[in-house]
Structures are given as structure tokens and as C-alpha cells.
Write a protein of this length. Structure first.
Length: 162
């Protein structure tokens, strides 16, 4: 997948938010890391993959996709803030982890990124998040469609004073 298009869309949204919220020159990296942790939790809650005590099914795929791309927005935004870009193609893996294990890997990757804020930790975070998407049955086409739709919603929310 060509991630540069995603970075371009995210850059436009970030610029709009920073101007409209009067945040130019402020460092919001740690806020975005916390937001990513929250979004990952919201996604996990929608999948219900860890709720071994419950028989209630996960939310519909579209709800899961929307929550997933919320996290993707923050990962792209963090890369832009720190000058890191993920350029690899998405790779299908035969040994996909369970969704619960993939979530734990994402949380570990977020913490490692928070500590190091290095390009290597960023690439690892991006890859673990993509593997999570695969474990949830999300495909490249889903990511593209979901990201574009949510990006439009995010712009609209800013215009409406969200």
C-alpha cells in the first residue's frame, strides 16, 4: 500500500487542527500517544476479543473499522510530528496472532515508542498495528476506504467546533 497518500491527508488534517485549535508551536506528541492508547482500548472493547466471560458478539465490521482507523490517524500523525514514515507494503502473515495477543503487542509497541521515540520503534508500532488489523480481518481496501471516510468526518467535526 502506498502510505504517502495517507500521510498527505493526515498532514492536511493536522495542520487544520493545529490552526483551528491555536496550537501552533505546541508539542502534542505525548497527548497523541495517550490518545492512541485510548483508541486502542476503544477498539478492543468493540471487538470484545478479551471478554472470555461474555457470549455477546463483537460490533459490526464497520464499527470496528472506524475505531481502527482512529488509531491509524494518530500513528500517522505521530510519524509526521517526529519525521518518521512507514514505507513498507502491508504484508499478509500466515501466523496471525489472536486478536487479544495482537492488542497486547500493540500496547507494548506504543509503550516502547513512548520511551524511545525512534524511527525503529515507530516502524515496529506501525507494523504491530497493521498485524492487529489483519487479525481483525481488515484488508487494505478496508483501511483505505475507512481512513478516507473518517478523515472527512474529522474535517467536518473541526468545522463544527467538535
Amino acid at each position: 500500500m502506498n502510505w504517502s497518500e495517507f500521510y498527505d491527508m493526515q498532514k492536511q488534517l493536522d495542520s487544520h487542527i493545529m490552526k483551528s485549535q491555536n496550537l501552533q508551536g505546541k508539542n502534542v506528541v505525548d497527548d497523541k500517544i495517550l490518545a492512541l492508547l485510548v483508541e486502542a482500548g476503544e477498539l478492543a472493547n468493540e471487538t470484545r476479543c478479551f471478554k472470555f466471560w461474555s457470549t455477546k458478539p463483537s460490533s459490526p465490521k464497520e464499527v470496528i473499522l472506524e475505531e481502527y482507523v482512529d488509531g491509524l490517524h494518530f500513528i500517522l500523525s505521530l510519524g509526521l510530528d517526529l519525521g518518521f514514515y512507514y514505507e513498507k507494503e502491508t504484508e499478509e502473515t500466515e501466523n496471525l496472532k489472536s486478536a487479544a495477543a495482537a492488542f497486547l503487542e500493540v500496547y507494548t509497541s506504543i509503550e516502547e515508542f513512548k520511551q524511545a521515540k525512534s524511527e525503529g520503534s515507530y516502524v515496529n508500532l506501525f507494523q504491530s498495528y497493521l498485524k492487529l488489523g489483519l487479525s481483525l480481518g481488515l484488508k487494505e481496501e478496508d483501511l483505505m476506504r475507512g481512513y478516507i471516510q473518517k478523515n472527512e468526518v474529522n474535517f467536518q467535526r473541526q468545522e463544527e467546533g467538535y
